[in-house]
Design a protein around this ligand. Structure first.
Ligand SMILES: Nc1nc2c(c(=O)[nH]1)N[C@H]1C(S)=C(S)[C@@H](COP(=O)(O)O)O[C@H]1N2
Ligand SMILES: [Mo]
Length: 593
């Protein structure tokens, strides 16, 4: 980063603005946080949610904990029924005709190769971090919806009380803490770090999955995982009756999975895993705006809901899978997967036990490590997912827009409201004294009143907001396009980043700010909004002026804008990492996914 004295080459007109610039920078928190401790997120107190609930009809909520007794009762009834019918001649004939195995092709491989054991272990290991961090992401907006509107009361699932009526209730207020050892990291509003774990390990999980698919199809192992004949259905039914009547089918997993097992594995590998990826991508603002057609049906909230249902499948599968591995000849089963042999020796068990030590150490250490070394987690996560994110940002420069009928009836508020004297005075004067300062590496620094901004060409757009926490909403924004501002102030060629300073403080003090890549400022949907849904921007949504950058997540869209500065690098601004959330809460300086 060049020292500020390099700005000397700027025209004389900039000297005055340079003073403003220095004074604004001194209002920032210069600290770069390196640990997560009691002061986390402005000392946000822990807040636990409620047990998971699903909405039935308009207003009734069903507590999912009831599924435990109901499930047990259903299981008991099913066992009684299965035992009752098992002796019937028709059922006996059926089980005889369909004993539970669908025949494999003659060239199907026998047994488990060693690579499968390694892949199985890596998959299991990665899944632990993916699931725990995924739940932490969900805890930051503990509600699911089927439409992009995220309207309170229209959620179909929640782990939180109903939304209070307070109109300035924020999404941050709504976030919940997870019990120790469950979330990763799990502290309230630790989504920034959870996302590095989730997205970072996702890339490893996907790489492992890719290798798995390639090996599956080059070694013929796929034949053991894909149902090849319709008789798997009666065979699976037969297996279900045999399990439930507590007279279990003979195990033959070394050569051929039983049909119920086959279907479960097939669904997990060929349906659930790809759906996890697709629904994950469906939550990216950059991709959603690019693939407008797809995302109009498969909205971010449908993607989020499906992503959660995939998680439910995985958890259900894991519980049943582990139970049956133990109940159907644990030693032999462990030898299959961990020692690539079909015996009842203890070898597989010991290898499995050693692998479990690794799993448990990883599980226990992950959260404390994250709190102690959050910057490492952030760096590694960014190194893993960063390239994909950059690709998404450049995939198209003309994302589509929405129409009037798409406008959300409710648009969540978020962030810390401005309470400085400076803001209160401006607000009391109906922003007549407000001046937007635009300076830095520009030919014509400017100070613009709201009146002057309103006199510039009006730009309007209806777009969807994606908050990092998970809620979304569509609104109509009116104001000035950033291109217009750029044409007015004329940035120098060395201006690569644009810093937006807020009049509001962040949770730990110091002004909220965020750095935007200059190429995104030329985008036709990047704008400064002073109107929202045909009315002047409200206090809560950023009066008098806020940023819209539709390629990125919501936290980058600074509200209550005080000044805009063009710089070569953000390293000397605030904590130096490109934004308040980056300095304080370990977010990334680009976040389009
Ligand atoms: N100054 C300031 N701007 C901010 C924030 C903030 O805390 N302070 N929060 C951001 C976040 S996280 C989001 S999602 C959006 C929310 O905008 P809204 O309240 O209009 O929905 O504002 C962004 N801009
Ligand atoms: Mo946000």
């Amino acid at each position: 980063m060049k020292p500020p004295s390099d700005d000397r080459s700027l025209p004389a007109a900039d000297i005055g603005a340079g003073g403003t610039r220095a004074s604004i920078r001194s209002e920032l928190d210069q600290r770069r946080y390196t640990v997560v401790d009691e002061d986390w997120a402005g000392g946000i107190p822990a807040q636990y949610g409620v047990s998971p609930r699903v909405r039935i009809g308009q207003t009734k909520w069903f507590n999912l904990l009831w599924l435990i007794p109901i499930g047990l009762l259903l299981l008991l009834v099913s066992v009684a029924v299965a035992r009752g019918i098992r002796g019937l001649p028709a059922v006996q004939g059926f089980i005889h005709a369909y004993p539970g195995l669908s025949e494999l092709p003659d060239n199907a491989p026998v047994g488990f190769p060693a690579w499968l054991g390694w892949q199985h272990f890596l998959n299991l290991f990665f899944m632990i971090f993916i699931i725990r961090s995924g739940i932490t992401v969900l805890a930051d907006h503990p509600r699911l919806y089927w439409t992009r509107h995220s309207t309170p009361g229209k959620d179909w699932f929640r782990v939180q009380k109903p939304v209070p009526t307070n109109p300035l209730y924020t999404a941050k207020d709504d976030s919940i803490t997870l019990p120790n050892g469950v979330g990763l990291p799990g502290r309230r509003h630790s989504i920034g770090l959870a996302r590095w774990w989730h997205l970072g390990i996702d890339t490893l999980w996907l790489a492992n999955g890719l290798v798995f698919f390639i090996l599956l199809f080059t070694t013929g192992q796929w034949m053991r995982l894909v149902p090849l004949h319709w008789d798997v259905i009666p065979n699976a039914l037969s297996v279900a009756i045999q399990y439930l009547s507590l007279d279990w089918p003979t195990e033959s997993g070394w050569t051929n999975y039983n049909s119920l097992q086959l279907i479960a594995y097939f669904v997990t590998v060929f349906l659930a895993a790809p759906l996890a990826l697709l629904s994950g991508l469906g939550m990216s603002p950059a991709l959603s705006t690019r693939f407008r057609r797809i995302s109009s049906v498969f909205s971010i909230q449908v993607a989020r809901s499906l992503h959660f249902l995939v998680l439910c499948w995985f958890v259900f599968f894991i519980v049943i899978h582990i139970s049956l591995v133990i109940a159907t000849g644990a030693l032999r089963n462990l030898n299959h997967m961990y020692a690539a042999q079909n015996t009842e020796s203890w070898t597989g068990f010991w290898i499995f036990s050693a692998s479990m030590v690794v799993v448990i150490v990883g599980w226990v250490a992950a959260t404390p490590f994250t709190y102690r070394h959050p910057r490492i987690v952030q760096k590694v996560g960014f190194a893993l997912i960063g390239p994909a994110q950059r690709l998404f940002e450049h995939i198209d420069s003309k994302p589509g827009e929405y129409t009037e009928k798409d406008i959300s009836p409710y648009f969540w508020h978020n962030g810390k409201y401005p309470d400085t004297d400076e803001y209160k005075q401006l607000q009391a004067g109906a922003f007549a004294d407000y001046r937007l300062v635009v300076n830095g590496l520009v030919e014509n620094p400017a100070e613009l009143s709201i009146e002057q901004l309103r006199a510039m060409a009006y730009h309007e757009q209806i777009t969807q907001h994606f908050c990092i926490q998970g809620w979304s909403g569509v609104a109509k924004w009116g104001g000035v396009s950033m291109q217009k501002i750029i044409d007015t102030v004329k940035p120098a060629p060395e201006a690569k980043w644009v810093i937006f300073y807020s009049l509001a403080l962040g949770p730990e003090g110091g002004l909220y700010y965020d750095a935007q890549p200059i190429e995104q400022m030329h985008h036709h949907l990047t704008m400064l909004a002073y109107d929202m849904n045909d009315a002047p921007l409200s206090f809560g949504h950023g009066a008098p002026l806020r940023l819209r950058n539709e390629i990125e997540l919501g936290f980058k869209m600074v509200k209550w804008i005080k000044a805009i500065e063009f710089v070569t690098d953000f390293a000397e601004v605030g904590g130096g990492l490109g934004g308040y959330n980056n300095d304080h809460e370990f977010f990334g300086y680009r976040q389009s996914i």
